[in-house]
Design a protein around this ligand. Structure first.
Ligand code: NDP
Ligand code: 8X3
Length: 249
């Protein structure tokens, strides 16, 4: 199961898994994109795909989707907790409560709702991959609440790894730096010009680059767990240092 598979990292991960012959449950809110993507996966990769359309912020929707799974889908090997977002890029004193709630409800509470519902369906020796961020390792100006949510995901991955030890379920945290997806368009609320700024003069990661790393983590032998991976573009050292080529306007 991959949450947030309608675009970006989640979509690229679904394609990567499909090329490996893995049957998929893909989720997202945009049902037409989800259904279209499901057909593409089935036609191009001959895998079985179930599309579940719900908002991870709504625990009733999450529970209904998981409880209504047909028997053949009730054995989940891998859960990729990917659905997430940043909303806004303001100093803390200028931030909007609505943006803060959206990020907390999606990135922390949504991840918890999904994990709580899905873990009972996971096979012994299953694998949870949480998509955190370098924003969960460092705090940068205007990152405030987004960084808080990703620090929480970092802590949750550590906590899950401890609590799930006796189940044989592995937990991996994947922490990307700048990845060009719909992330910035969402963060800047549809302002595509502003959304380009973080990637100016540098080559960011793609969703596919992150999907490769997720695949690496889940394809290790059963006794091996990759706990924590930080992946950035070559031009990015951390949240603060990015080397940008001069670009003439
Ligand atoms: P995208 O915006 O391209 O994809 C986000 C996905 O999450 C979409 O499929 C979206 O689907 C889904 N999603 C968002 N909110 C909800 C919700 N409430 N309920 C269900 N699904 C939801 O961004 P990315 O692919 O870049 O982001 C994926 C993850 O990676 C996020 O957790 C993000 O924080 C993290 N990340 C991203 C980085 C980047 O630079 N891009 C770097 C580090 C981490 P839909 O809109 O259809 O619901
Ligand atoms: C997204 C990466 O550094 O733009 O999680 O916040 S960053």
């Amino acid at each position: 199961m991959i949450t947030g598979a309608t675009s970006g990292i989640g979509k690229a991960t679904a394609i990567k898994f499909a090329t490996k012959g893995i049957n998929l449950i893909i989720t997202g809110r945009r049902s037409s994109l989800l259904d279209q993507f499901k057909e593409e996966l089935i036609n191009n990769h001959k895998v079985e795909v179930l599309a579940l359309n719900f908002d991870v912020r709504n625990n009733e929707e999450v529970l209904a989707a998981v409880e209504n799974l047909e028997e053949k889908w009730r054995k989940i090997d891998i859960l990729v907790n990917n659905a997430g977002l940043a909303a806004g890029f303001s100093l803390i004193q200028d931030g909007l409560i609505d943006d803060w709630e959206r990020m907390i409800d999606t990135n922390i509470k949504g991840l918890l709702y999904i994990s709580k519902a899905v873990i009972p369906l996971m096979i012994k020796n299953g694998h949870i991959v949480n998509i955190a961020s370098i924003a969960g390792k460092e705090v940068y100006e205007r990152g405030n609440v987004y960084c808080v949510t990703k620090h929480a995901v970092d802590a949750l991955s550590k906590a899950m790894r401890i609590d799930l030890l006796s189940t044989g379920i592995k937990v991996t945290s994947v922490n990307p730096g700048l990845v060009e997806t719909e992330f910035s368009i969402v963060r800047f609320k549809g302002d595509r010009k502003k959304a380009k700024v973080p990637y100016k003069g540098m080559k960011p990661l793609s969703g596919e680059d992150v999907a490769e790393v997720i695949w690496f983590a889940v394809s290790r032998p059963d006794h091996v767990n990759i706990n924590d991976i930080i992946i950035t573009a070559k031009a990015q050292a951390n949240s603060f240092y990015v080397f940008r080529e001069e670009i003439s306007e």
